[in-house]
Design a protein around this ligand. Structure first.
Ligand code: HEC
Ligand code: HEC
Length: 397
């Protein structure tokens, strides 16, 4: 069953929600308690005090999310790569890129992005606001030029009007456009999954198979060590053994972006020339021990966001579970290019076929209905001065 979300600026706090609203991020095990924090129902997302939600902001943000004019040649906006019917993501190993490029990492879904304290696979962005800016300007994403994008906004009367309502200024500023997009993204959350219902007391929300899978998840499979708390992510960074992008071995175009990114992030000449895989979190502090580490992703909404992992190397959840069962090795024998930093938490699990299929069924319980949304009809440009106004100005001369 599919449903369409309308704007939901009002976020209702349930009791459980209030309890975990802030605690759902980066939970550390409490003192005196052993083991990771338990899975929990998802509360409302955190809203920053300097960018509170309002209906006008969310409406403007929705338009801008779907509007490719917030980019270089007006071809590639947020929704071009984050397609609602591809899980608000992109269903290829690595994401499509700006025309003339392909991206170098697998796309991430927008659903529930509002909960992460750091964004991107390697955690290189601090907020949805700054993330939107880097996405619209980045060379392999929107590739937009600041002044051009801002000028475009002020020549779209609908945006001028909504911007005035949302931010009170006469003409739209790009920084406010990013704030509007972030506000829209904060409404793209899913909190009514079978697992949420189960954890809130509806014991019929999970099937027998899923309840067995939950035991594997928390026990023999030990997934809970990293996929824990309300988001099913500890927001830490690990090298779990995921192999790099296979396409780089065959596709020159894809390798251009890989080399570009390695260079842009400030690597040595030698590294630029020789490195063959994505070093992930390494670039944040240039620490060797961070090579090949990526953020633990949420498992929420995952049934809609295949393929999986930062390099998009697994097409199905069954493949993912087989990979973990083998101790972080893919079916074709490929694994991380950075074996020295691989997490000691990842080791062969010895799961039976039954346990594996129970586990997959349980991962499915982290997803509710698919969130579909009709793309808004984009408002047209209008010249800032009408013909009559120009004529009047001429005559007055
Ligand atoms: C050319 C494709 C492309 C475009 C255009 C694009 N994105 Fe992305 N987006 C990606 C990819 C690929 C990633 C993962 C990149 C990484 O981790 O390095 C990503 C990651 C994200 C994330 C992080 C999610 C998480 O779990 O951390 C958010 C939020 C996001 N994009 C929002 C946007 C917004 C808003 C826009 C428009 C302003 C946009 N994106 C435009 C491809 C794109
Ligand atoms: C040591 C921490 C850790 C453990 C234990 C762990 N994971 Fe993960 N998981 C991660 C990280 C980190 C990633 C992303 C890795 C990457 O892209 O290189 C990930 C990715 C995933 C993904 C892909 C999600 C996506 O959006 O692409 C799934 C599904 C998943 N894990 C399920 C599981 C299951 C099932 C188990 C138990 C068998 C498990 N994980 C155990 C840390 C862990």
């Amino acid at each position: 069953m599919k449903h369409v979300i309308k704007f939901r600026p009002v976020l209702l706090a349930t009791i459980a929600g209030a309890l975990i609203a802030t605690g759902c991020i980066a939970q550390e095990p409490k003192k005196g308690m052993s083991g990771p924090p338990p899975l929990a129902p998802l509360g409302p997302p955190p809203i920053p005090a300097d960018n509170l939600l309002s209906p006008a902001k969310i409406e403007l943000g929705k338009y801008l999310f779907f509007d490719p004019r917030l980019g270089g040649d007006a071809s590639t906006g947020c929704s071009t790569c984050h397609e609602p019917d591809q899980g608000w993501s992109w269903a290829e190993d690595i994401s499509r890129g700006y025309p003339g490029t392909v991206h170098w990492r697998s796309n991430q879904t927008i659903i529930n992005a509002a909960y992460y304290s750091k964004l991107f696979w390697a955690g290189s962005s601090k907020s949805l606001e700054s993330q939107a800016k880097s996405a619209s300007k980045g060379g392999v994403a929107g590739n937009g030029e600041t002044d051009i994008m801002e000028a475009r906004l002020s020549l779209i009367p609908k945006y001028v009007e909504l911007n005035k309502k949302a931010f009170g200024t006469e003409w739209p500023l790009l920084q406010d456009a990013y704030r509007a997009i972030a506000s829209f993204e904060r409404t793209l959350v899913q909190r009514d999954t079978p697992l949420d219902k189960y954890l809130l007391g509806d014991k019929s929300a999970l099937s027998e198979e899923q309840i067995r899978g939950k035991k594997v998840f928390e026990g023999k499979g030990a997934c809970i060590q990293c996929h824990n708390g309300a988001l099913a992510s500890d927001e830490n960074y690990y090298n779990i053994g995921v192999p790099g992008v296979k396409r780089w071995e065959e596709d020159g175009l894809a390798q251009i972006t890989f080399r570009f990114e390695i260079y842009a992030k400030g690597s040595t000449e030698e590294m630029y020339r020789t490195i063959k895989d994505d070093p992930g979190a390494y670039f944040r502090g240039k620490n060797k021990w961070d090579m090949g580490k990526f953020r633990t992703p949420s498992l929420r909404y995952a049934i809609y966001t295949a393929p999986y992992m930062h390099s998009g190397q697994f097409d199905t959840l069954d493949d993912v579970v087989d990979f973990y069962n083998a101790g972080g090795v893919a079916a074709d024998g490929r694994t991380t290019s950075f074996p020295k930093t691989k997490s000691p938490l990842i080791k062969p699990l010895g799961l039976t076929d039954g346990e594996k299929s129970d586990l997959v069924a349980f991962i499915e319980a982290f997803s509710g209905d698919e969130i579909m949304m009709e793309k808004p009809e984009l408002p047209p440009y209008a010249a800032r001065f009408s013909k009559a106004e120009l004529q009047a100005a001429q005559e007055a001369k």
